[in-house]
Design a protein around this ligand. Structure first.
Ligand SMILES: [Zn+2]
Length: 308
């Protein structure tokens, strides 16, 4: 089985995966090993046909190793997909479709499609449990064409207009993972159920003075309000600097790489930023390994454990 974490440069990826059949074999080995399982009915020990596809002895379906993966029905060579995954893994701040199009020699439209497809691998796990010291905060992202490069986030009750910007709600465990979700509103009815879904009971929650948080259940959480206006927020660990750091990273990604993004795709970019934050301690090659495993639907639990 190919160990994807051994690839530490684009050259090493291109040198090893120099034919389509090597790429296909890597998917077969990682996905099934010697026991090819039918993606339609779950039958084991499917036979290889003369044309390289597989045939299920039970349901008689023919299938390739790409069925059920992000590569299903693709006409783009797997060599380019693998290079794209490596580039996305190693550029920690993201890759634009223009850059990717030049790097792997495809049209910008194709590069955009590849990026969106790979971004689906970053979808957040809704069973994440944050615990201990958890900072919660909202950010406002996007806007109309005339102010598309603008990024405004105003503390207090001013500037929280959702007319041109979309709110994103973030929760981060200090020293651990972040969860961030696009939401329609930032009132208690919207935010409190999200907090109770992701933040374990007994945690301390740090927020700003938004009234939405007043409804936090005091029997489940210790609520600490950070008063930015009085400049006293670093006293006694009472701060929201960790989540601010995540917003700054998301801001750099959007301003530097993606420029402007529509509300329709916002969650996917937020998912990418979350993935990058949560894998910040992994090397580019380990991220590549993780991304490849996700692309074929194989979860590497050892790797998942490392993602703090
Ligand atoms: Zn079958």
């Amino acid at each position: 089985m190919v160990n994807f974490s051994k690839f530490n440069s684009l050259y090493s990826v291109a040198a090893y995966f120099n034919t389509e059949s090597k790429c296909r074999q890597a998917i077969i080995d990682s996905r099934w090993g010697d026991d090819v399982v039918c993606p339609y009915c779950g039958q084991h020990h499917c036979h290889k046909r003369g044309d390289g596809r597989f045939c299920c002895p039970k349901c008689n379906n023919n299938f390739s190793e790409k069925v059920g993966t992000i590569f299903e029905n693709t006409k783009i060579p797997l060599r380019k997909w693998f290079m794209a995954m490596y580039l996305i893994s190693s550029h920690k701040k993201g890759v634009s479709s223009h850059q990717l199009s030049r790097d792997i020699d495809v049209t910008q439209k194709t590069a955009w499609f590849i990026l969106q497809k790979i971004r689906t691998l970053f979808a957040q796990d809704d069973t994440v449990a944050l615990r201990g010291d958890v900072e919660c905060d909202e950010a406002y992202i996007g806007g109309k064409e005339k102010n598309k490069h603008e990024w405004k986030r105003t503390k207090g009750t001013q500037g929280r207009s959702t007319k041109t910007k979309t709110p994103v709600f973030g929760m981060v465990q200090r020293g651990g993972k972040v969860v961030a979700l696009k939401c329609d509103k930032t009132d208690g009815a919207t935010l409190l159920p999200i907090i109770s879904q992701f933040v374990a009971e007994g945690s301390s929650i740090y927020t700003d003075e938004l009234t939405a948080y007043n409804g936090l259940d005091a029997t489940k959480y210790t609520h600490k309000v950070v008063n930015h206006g009085r400049n006293e927020y670093v006293k006694g660990g009472n701060f929201t600097n960790t989540i601010e750091g995540f917003w700054a990273m998301l801001k750099r990604m959007i301003e530097g790489i993606y420029h402007s993004i529509s509300s329709k795709y916002l969650q996917r970019y937020v998912d990418e930023a979350v993935y990058r934050y949560n894998t910040r301690k992994l090397s580019g090659s380990d991220c590549f390994k993780d991304m490849f495993a996700a692309s074929i639907g194989v979860v590497d639990y050892e790797m998942v454990k490392q993602i703090a």
